[in-house]
Design a binder for this molecule. Structure first.
Ligand SMILES: [Zn+2]
Length: 101
């Protein structure tokens, strides 16, 4: 796992750290670098879970095959389960911890 320069880790939730471990395993399996591009830094939407340390973004641009990106997203979704949302954006994957009770 690599933190892009400028990524702020202050206030990251324990639940997100569990997600880092799992996502790291998935990227290692597919043999791609796992690069976190944002956690509590940067501008996000008004109610974004980034600000509370419950969301992060990761890089996809180094994966040229969009089918592999989709597969990675599906594997991550399956492994993180229903308490996490995994969203494939045009230039990154957004993952947030948002449990449903
Ligand atoms: Zn995000």
């Amino acid at each position: 796992m690599i933190l892009k320069e400028g990524v702020r880790t202050l206030g990251v939730s324990r639940e997100l750290i569990i997600a880092f471990i799992i996502v790291n395993e998935v990227f290692r399996y597919f043999d791609y670098q796992f690069v976190v591009t944002s956690i509590t830094d940067s501008k996000h939407s008004y109610k974004s879970l980034h600000y509370s340390g419950n969301a992060f973004d990761l890089r996809t641009r180094h994966i040229k095959d969009s089918k592999i990106i989709e597969t990675i997203v599906n594997v991550i979704k399956e492994r993180l389960g229903k308490d996490y949302d995994v969203v494939l954006e045009p230039d990154h994957i957004h993952i947030e911890y948002q449990p449903v009770f």
